[in-house]
Every structure is written in structure tokens, then in C-alpha cells.
Design a protein around this ligand. Structure first.
Ligand SMILES: CC(=O)SCCNC(=O)CCNC(=O)[C@H](O)C(C)(C)COP(=O)(O)OP(=O)(O)OC[C@H]1O[C@@H](n2cnc3c(N)ncnc32)[C@H](O)[C@@H]1OP(=O)(O)O
Ligand SMILES: CC(C)C(=O)C(=O)O
Length: 563
């Protein structure tokens, strides 16, 4: 129940206006809701500029270089490398890229500048010698920025931008592979007709053509509305920008409302061809849109992101090292916990799903890593991004038999019989509840043996195969009482039950399952015995290098457990 609507609210929400009062959303014929994304847009990481300017400690040259090289290795083809007129570090970094030949031929570097002659000239100085360059000029265009920050009306601001664009055209040697980008900063709060007026004038001034298109980058500098509103704004520009085939329509969402990814995805449906963002969503305030999530969202829909995410942990380590900001455990695709289930029903479903996936791949003769994926609760196969199944299931007090069985199977190669899974899960839950902590595979193994195992009951044994059956001779203790004797039966386990009967212990072996243990067991056998004893049923587990001894021990352990 919400608080009493008559009482004063603790939240001063009345201070804020709905976006409908602030944004002019143009009337638009809207086709984006029924569009589908079937190819990846051009991704442009801006970590070295927008991400970097948001860091408490901007990257030093070594970090910048490591980040840049990782972006290249991942396959990014256009990379914003800095704001070279703003700092000597950025200027020197761009010069290093040029003089040390660090930029592959198929990669374009983007350099960022404000619309000021001195800054533009300095920016061009920084890129001398680089073959493929985009000069990216920006100016805020939204009403509040015009009046409060820049002190210019629409016409005056248009003049400022146009003059600076002329400087760009004067300094830029287009023959030498320089292209131009313009960002009307805070596009999402700017009147659409003003954006069109400014952008179209630059398209003409810079003489955009199909072979040398201009980039108009339309930022949601501060996210203020739901993503569908941004999509409407982008579709309107997509439909109305002049020389559309000579313009690359780019978007640059931020994440103030937590919907940066959705905004970018809908903007692409609405006609955007290029997306600027940062890996794992670093950037001003709540960050730029996250290029990792965007890329892997496409991957999860069967669309090649055209970026190599196959070692996502290495990407994450680089980003964390360079930004000095850690990636959250729940971060989509890259967080430590995102392929891990603790809860029982999820674990059960994943375990069944993985088993079915493997079985189907085997039946089709397909590599499981390449076979179609449809495993409950796992939108993608963790192995696609270099994660292992080991971490998929972890056990705590919320877990059930499926997860426990999965850990023992993956850790020790043993497949607990279903009845034992149910019985053991109750005991594990008690232990986890008591400690409040996670239970590892090793702890489960120890607990299994402690709860059901043999504890030195079988001191000596021998089986003689004879005409009339197997003759078993044993010396053992059960619940502290000695059990010694011999009996002949069709097998050693039946003979054991006869010896036990002679000692006053009636035991019926209901099932016996023997397996070999994989992990660090020196080829040991494990046997799970389900026995009816004194009117109840009880599980026993035997572990031994001999299969026969492990079977005998499992029965003795079941009897000892009831003593
Ligand atoms: C949304 C974004 O991410 S935008 C990028 C923001 N990034 C940064 O600011 C990081 C680097 N910036 C800097 O190092 C500095 O701001 C510099 C070197 C570029 C300029 O420094 P300064 O000359 O000291 O100016 P300052 O930082 O105070 O900038 C404000 C001035 O630039 C003007 N200005 C702001 N943006 C722009 C623009 N895009 N184009 C032209 N002028 C602009 C302002 O109106 C103001 O002018 P005024 O002094 O006449 O009032
Ligand atoms: C100027 C643009 C590209 C920007 O960084 C922003 O709006 O956030």
C-alpha cells in the first residue's frame, strides 16, 4: 500500500516536469516498431574520449594504448581516440598513433573538438599523417544550453557552428582521407527543425556525397524520456535529413534513466546506422550506452555483432584496469554472477537443459558449441563468451537437488541416484541454512561421505568364487558392534546380507548403483546402496579402489547409519 495521498509526500516530485513539456517530439510516421535489426550497425567506442573524460583519474598514455589495442583486437573499425586540443596527454597519444604506426589500414580514428577555430586547428595538427580520420565537431543546441551556457539565440548559434564548420573544411584535407562528423549536443532536447536546419547546412557545406558521407551524430546527452521517444526523434531525422544517402545517421545515448541500451536499439530500428558508446557502459554520470550489451544482445538474436566477444573476461580485465572501475557482478553478459544460478528450480532446469543440449548435439553429430541453443534461464551459451559451465550452478540454502547433483557431476563425475539427490538435498540445505554461506563442490563431496559414507567398518574381506556361488568372508564393525563371518550366495552383496542377518540385522538391498569417480580419486569406485532396514529405507555410500569393496561398504554404511 502506498502512503496516504492526503499526507505530504516525502518526495518532492512536483519539482520536475514531464518530458512532454520539454521535448518537441515531431509528428512522425512511425515504422520502427515493426522493423527488425538484421545486421550490426557501425560501432564506435568512445571510451578514450567520453569515457575517459568521466574518470576521476583519466587514463595515462599506457592505459590509453592498452585500451586502444584491445579495441582493435576485438574488431572495432572506427574508434574515438580523444579530445587532442583539450589536453597534452590526448594530443601526444594521437601523435603516437600517427608516428608509431599503431593504426591498422582498415581502422579510422575519430578526434573530438569544440566549435572553436583554435581548437579545430590544433585537432588537425594532432592527426597529421594518419590515413583515415573523422574530425568530430560538437556544439550544444538545446534551448537551455543556448541561453545559459553559450549565450546565443538560434541564429547566432547556427552562425557559430557554420563558421567553425568552415574552419574544419579549410583545415581538412579530404583527399587525404579526412571525413567530418557533427554532433548537436543534447539533440534530444533540441527543436527538431533547428537540428535539421543546422545539420542540413553542414551537409551542404561539407559537400557530402555517397563516397564521402558526413556523420550526423544525434546524442541523448542526458536521457530524459522513454526510449520510444528517442526512436521517434531519430526516425523523424532519418526521414527528413537532406542527402540521406550521403549522411551516416549516428546515435550517442547516455543512460541517465537506465534505458540507454533500449534507446540505442530502438534508434537503430528507427534508422540509425552508427552507435557511439563505451564498453561496459562507462561514461559521464550513469554512463554512455554499453557496447558490450548491445553487441551481445544482437548475438543472442542470431545476428553477428561483428565484434569478437569470445574472451569477455579479458575484455573486462582490460576495461577495469584502464578505467579503474570494476564491472558489477550482475552486469549483462560480463558480470561474475550472470551465468550462475543459486535457486533450486533454476538449477534443475539448467541441468536438464544442458543435458538435453548435449544429447541433441550428439544425436545430430554436431559440436555442442555450435549447436542451436535453447537452455532455460541461459539466454546465451556461456562458452560463447569464454565462460565455463563450472560457474553456472552454485549451491546455497536456496538451492535444490538439481544444483547439488550438477556440482557433484561436474566436479567428481558422479551422478547421484534421484532418491539420494532428494535425501541429500535436505541435509545440504540444513548445513547451508546453518552457515548462511555458499557450499562448494568439495564441501558437498565431504558432506556426502560424512552423511552416508563408510567409516572404516570393513576391516577385512575376501570373496571366493565357487560352484555354488560366491563365498564371502568378512571382518567388520557396524555401529561399533563386530560383524564377522562367512556366507555363500549368488553374489558378495547378498552374502553380506546373510552374514548381517546372522548378526540380527535384517537388510534388504533395494538398489545398488556403482560408478567411477573422476576427480583426484585414483580410479576409485563409488557405490550408492538403497536399503530397507528395520522397516525404513536408508542410503549408504561406499568408496573404495575395488568395486566389490565399495558395494559391501555402501551396505554396511547404510546399516551403520541406522544403528
Ligand atoms: C557532452 C560532452 O561530452 S562535451 C565534451 C566535454 N569534454 C570536455 O570538456 C573535456 C575537455 N575540455 C577542456 O579541456 C576545456 O573545456 C577546453 C580546453 C576544451 C576549453 O577550455 P577553456 O577555453 O578554458 O573553456 P571552458 O572549459 O571554460 O569552456 C567554456 C567555453 O567554451 C564555450 N563552449 C562550450 N562548448 C562549446 C562548443 N561546443 N563549441 C564552442 N564553444 C563552446 C562556452 O560557451 C564557454 O565560452 P565562454 O568562456 O566564452 O563563456
Ligand atoms: C557531444 C556528444 C558526442 C557527447 O559526447 C554527448 O552528447 O554526450
Amino acid at each position: 500500500m502506498n502512503w496516504n495521498p492526503q499526507a505530504p509526500s516525502p518526495m518532492p516530485s512536483h519539482r520536475y516536469r514531464p518530458y512532454t513539456d520539454r521535448v518537441q517530439v515531431p509528428p512522425t510516421e512511425r515504422s520502427w516498431p515493426s522493423n527488425r535489426t538484421t545486421v550490426a550497425p557501425l560501432w564506435v567506442p568512445v571510451d578514450l574520449r567520453d569515457g575517459n573524460q568521466a574518470l576521476a583519474e583519466p587514463m595515462d598514455p599506457a592505459r590509453k594504448r592498452r585500451f586502444f589495442e584491445h579495441l582493435i583486437a576485438m574488431g572495432y573499425k572506427e574508434i574515438e581516440v580523444g579530445y587532442p586540443s583539450a589536453s597534452q596527454t590526448d594530443f601526444d597519444f594521437v601523435r603516437d598513433l600517427a608516428t608509431l604506426g599503431l593504426v591498422p589500414d582498415d581502422v579510422t580514428v575519430v578526434v573530438f573538438t569544440a566549435a572553436r577555430t583554435d581548437l579545430i586547428e590544433r585537432t588537425f595538427e594532432s592527426v597529421r599523417g594518419l590515413p583515415n580520420v573523422v574530425l568530430h565537431m560538437y556544439t550544444a543546441t538545446a534551448p537551455t544550453w543556448r541561453s545559459v551556457v553559450l549565450g546565443r539565440d538560434r541564429d547566432e548559434l547556427h552562425r557559430l557552428i557554420f563558421d567553425a564548420a568552415q574552419d574544419v573544411a579549410r583545415c581538412g584535407d579530404t583527399a587525404a582521407g579526412v571525413r567530418y562528423e557533427f554532433s548537436p549536443e543534447v539533440f534530444n532536447l533540441t527543436e527538431p527543425d533547428f537540428v535539421l536546419e543546422v545539420c542540413n547546412s553542414l551537409t551542404e557545406l561539407w559537400d557530402a556525397c555517397r563516397d564521402r558521407p558526413v556523420i550526423h551524430n544525434l546524442p541523448a546527452t542526458v536521457e530524459i524520456a522513454t526510449p520510444n521517444v528517442y526512436a521517434d526523434q531519430i526516425e523523424y531525422m532519418h526521414r527528413h535529413l537532406d542527402r540521406r544517402d550521403s549522411v551516416i545517421l549516428s546515435v550517442h545515448p547516455h543512460n541517465d534513466r537506465g534505458t540507454g541500451v533500449a534507446a540505442a536499439e530502438l534508434a537503430v530500428l528507427a534508422g540509425a546506422q552508427r552507435v557511439e558508446g563505451c564498453l561496459f557502459g562507462n561514461g559521464e554520470r550513469t554512463g554512455n550506452v554499453d557496447l558490450v550489451t548491445l553487441g551481445l544482445n544482437l548475438h543472442a538474436q542470431g545476428v553477428d555483432p561483428m565484434i569478437d566477444f569470445s574472451d569477455l573476461d579479458a575484455v573486462r580485465r582490460t576495461v577495469e584496469y584502464c578505467n579503474r572501475i570494476s564491472v558489477h557482478e550482475r552486469h549483462p553478459y560480463g558480470g561474475d554472477l550472470v551465468y550462475t544460478a543459486f535457486s533450486g528450480t533454476h538449477q534443475d532446469a539448467i541441468k536438464k537443459g544442458l543435458a538435453q543440449h548435449r544429447a541433441e548435439a550428439r544425436a545430430e553429430g554436431t559440436d555442442p558449441d555450435l549447436a542451436p541453443w535453447d537452455v532455460p534461464y541461459l539466454p546465451i551459451d556461456p562458452r560463447d563468451v569464454g565462460r565455463d559451465y563450472e560457474a553456472v550452478i552454485r549451491v546455497n540454502s536456496q538451492s535444490g537437488k538439481g544444483g547439488i547433483a550438477y556440482l557433484l557431476l561436474s566436479g567428481y563425475g558422479i551422478d547421484l541416484p534421484r532418491g539420494l539427490q532428494i535425501d541429500f538435498a535436505r541435509r545440504v540445505q540444513r548445513t547451508a541454512d546453518d552457515s548462511g554461506a555458499e557450499v562448494t563442490a568439495q564441501q558437498l563431496w565431504d558432506l556426502l561421505l560424512a552423511e552416508y559414507g563408510n567409516h572404516g567398518e570393513l576391516a577385512r574381506w575376501a570373496v571366493e568364487h565357487r560352484e555354488d556361488g560366491d563365498r564371502l568372508r568378512i571382518e567388520a564393525t557396524v555401529g561399533g558392534a563386530p560383524v564377522e563371518g562367512a556366507a555363500t550366495a549368488s553374489g558378495p552383496v547378498e552374502a553380506l546380507t546373510r552374514i548381517l542377518s546372522e548378526h540380527g540385522r535384517e537388510v534388504e538391498v533395494l538398489s545398488l548403483v556403482a560408478q567411477s569417480v573422476s576427480e583426484g580419486s585414483d580410479g576409485r569406485a563409488i557405490t550408492f546402496a538403497r536399503c530397507r532396514i528395520d522397516g525404513g529405507t536408508r542410503w549408504g555410500v561406499g568408496l573404495d579402489s575395488s568395486v566389490t569393496a565399495s558395494a559391501l561398504e555402501s551396505v554396511l554404511a547404510a546399516v551403520a547409519g541406522t544403528a
